[in-house]
Design a protein around this ligand. Structure first.
Ligand code: FBP
Length: 548
């Protein structure tokens, strides 16, 4: 396979491990844990893995040689920069514990376990993927592991390959499934540990014990580079308004981080829209007001960042989506109907208020809301063209304002959607180190004999050698939520906190960014050079640490 010059040079980068993980480690148990909510219900659902203690690793002054172990690994869900390094770290970790250990990768996500599709990951394969972006080493998928038959089918191949530990690299839904699988295997005495690693560019898998998910750092740096480039173009030509939608599912972490890095004229934060009970028209009025104020200064250009999940946070839309989720979960033949009959079915079965909201939406957007859910029951918000919906509505509002003598400018919008551009980028130094250490650390969790834990590194704003290593029971992050019309235990998604330092910092600056073109141009990710340029973590992480 032909490689770029950068890829060749980058392959030899040796990720910097936390000092604790550079020798043999011992696990120190903390206090028993409990879930963030719904403790009684969740403890009943996880009788074997609930309430376990947190683990911290310390250097082991009296190491004993570890036993060889066969480990399976799965990449689950959307791609995120650094996934390959998690696998490389896991490989190096289990080999360090015992050089006869073996690693098997299940192909194309959790489905590979159920369908018995796998490869053995040997050192020649691993070496090809060090510090690269993508998940192509074994592929990823969104099959949801939730049924006993799947677990049993998976166990057949694990037994056949002598695998006694499985590492699932995924987001909140995939780690939820890892915990359910861990509980099941423990309950039947299967002799297979199941561990998780926190992955997702969305940045919504974080809490008191998991400081960040991997991939967020690189993805936001890539988007910020692109936004910066657009802003420079925009400031040079002074003729377009750029409406930029950013991936991230429900949470607005990506949009907020990119706003902190690039200082756009406008950034909508979905969580704030919900908290202020804003309607779609309120959001449109807010944007149109800034467009008009800039036009009054002769500036008919600007940038608007829009989180992809916005639509779900507008209260009326949220109610509509919740009812649509339940309705579509039961209407198994819905997607066989013609588009006209689908619309008719929806309008006939929604409550009066929701039917009114649905009917008021542009046809394209209404249809996008009824497209197939992902296997976890989520609306595929990345398919909804919110950037076009908003710019169209802003255009109309501006014409009303013109008629009322409140606006006298030119409005030429352009649209962008950044998501896939950042998910497979070569990991930044932060993600290269973080991912490698997460995988390496998972090897020590296996050695510690635990199950139902997620690999955890803390102190992430410090240089990687100072990070603290350990493990956290996944059930600690659970609460009960409605999914596919039923209450299920799931990891609580972290949304942007309006009282948190990242949002507060943005809120203090945004009025000035709206009027003054205070754009920042971050430029491309750098791998070699001064630490200030190459080794910075995200602003979100930095400001969150100020809060502690
Ligand atoms: P994960 O939660 O699986 O990490 O997904 C990340 C993500 O990129 C979201 O931001 C986006 O909404 C979704 O995946 C897109 O899904 P797909 O890759 O299936 O198009």
């Amino acid at each position: 396979m032909k490689k770029s010059a950068l890829q060749i040079a980058r392959a030899s980068y040796q990720p910097k491990l936390p000092v604790t993980l550079t020798g043999s480690v011992k696990a120190v148990e903390g206090k028993p844990t409990h879930s963030v909510a719904d403790q009684e219900e969740i403890s009943k659902l996880f009788p074997n893995t609930y309430g376990l203690p947190e683990l911290t690793f310390e250097k082991n002054p009296n190491p004993v040689p570890g036993k060889p172990i066969n480990v399976g690994v799965i990449l689950s869900g959307g791609q995120a920069p650094g996934g390959h390094n998690v696998i490389c770290g896991l490989f190096d970790g289990i080999k360090k514990i015992n050089r006869d250990s073996r690693l098997y990768g299940f192909l194309m996500g959790p489905g590979g376990l159920v369908d018995h599709k796998y490869i053995e990951l040997t050192s020649d394969i691993i070496d090809e993927y060090r510090n690269t972006g993508g998940f192509d080493i074994i592929g990823s998928g969104r099959t949801k592991l939730e049924k006993k038959e799947q677990f049993d089918k998976g166990l057949e191949i694990l037994k056949q390959l002598g695998i006694t530990a499985l590492v699932i690299i995924g987001g909140d839904d995939s780690n939820t499934n890892a915990a359910i699988l861990a509980e099941y295997y423990k309950g039947i005495g299967a002799g297979v540990q199941v561990l998780g690693c926190p992955k997702t560019i969305d940045g919504d898998l974080k809490n008191d014990v998991v400081e960040a998910s991997f991939g967020f750092d690189t993805a936001t740096k890539v988007y910020s580079e692109l936004i910066g480039n657009i802003q420079r173009d925009c400031f040079s030509a002074k003729k377009y308004w750029h409406f930029i939608k950013l991936m991230g599912r429900s949470a607005s972490h990506i949009a907020l981080e990119c706003a902190l890095q690039t200082q756009p004229n406008i950034c909508i934060i979905s969580e704030e829209v919900e908290a202020k009970n804003m309607t779609l028209n309120d959001v449109v009025d807010y944007i149109a007001g800034i467009v008009a104020a800039r036009a009054a200064d002769g500036n008919n250009f600007g940038t608007v960042l829009i989180p992809e999940g916005l639509i779900e946070f507008i209260p009326a839309m949220k109610n509509l989506i919740a009812q649509l989720n339940d309705l579509l979960a039961k209407a198994t033949d819905f997607h066989k109907l013609s588009p006209e009959d689908q619309r008719k079915f929806v309008l006939e079965n929604l409550s009066k208020e929701n039917a009114e909201v649905y009917a008021s939406l542009p046809l394209g957007v209404a249809r996008q809301l009824t497209l197939d859910r992902d296997p976890h029951g989520n609306v595929q918000v990345s398919l909804i063209e919110t950037e076009k919906l908003l710019s169209e509505m802003v255009g109309r509002r501006l014409e009303e304002m013109r008629a009322a003598g409140q606006y006298n400018g030119k409005f030429s919008p352009l649209h962008h959607f950044f998501g896939y551009e950042g998910r497979c980028a070569a990991p930044s130094n932060f993600d290269a180190d973080y991912c490698y250490a997460l995988g390496f650390n998972a090897a020590w969790l296996i050695d510690a004999g635990v199950t139902g834990y997620i690999s955890s590194l803390r102190n992430l704003t410090k240089p990687s050698v100072q990070w603290l290593a350990g493990g956290v029971p996944i059930s600690m992050m659970f609460n009960m939520e409605r999914r596919h019309g039923e209450m299920k235990p799931v990891i609580q998604k972290a949304l942007v906190r309006l009282d948190g330092a990242p949002f507060q910092r943005f809120a203090a600056k945004r009025d000035s960014w709206a009027i003054n073109s205070a754009y920042v141009y971050p430029g491309p990710i750098q791998y070699w050079g001064p630490a200030d340029v190459c080794d910075q973590c995200t602003m979100t992480l930095k400001y969150e640490h100020l809060d502690k």
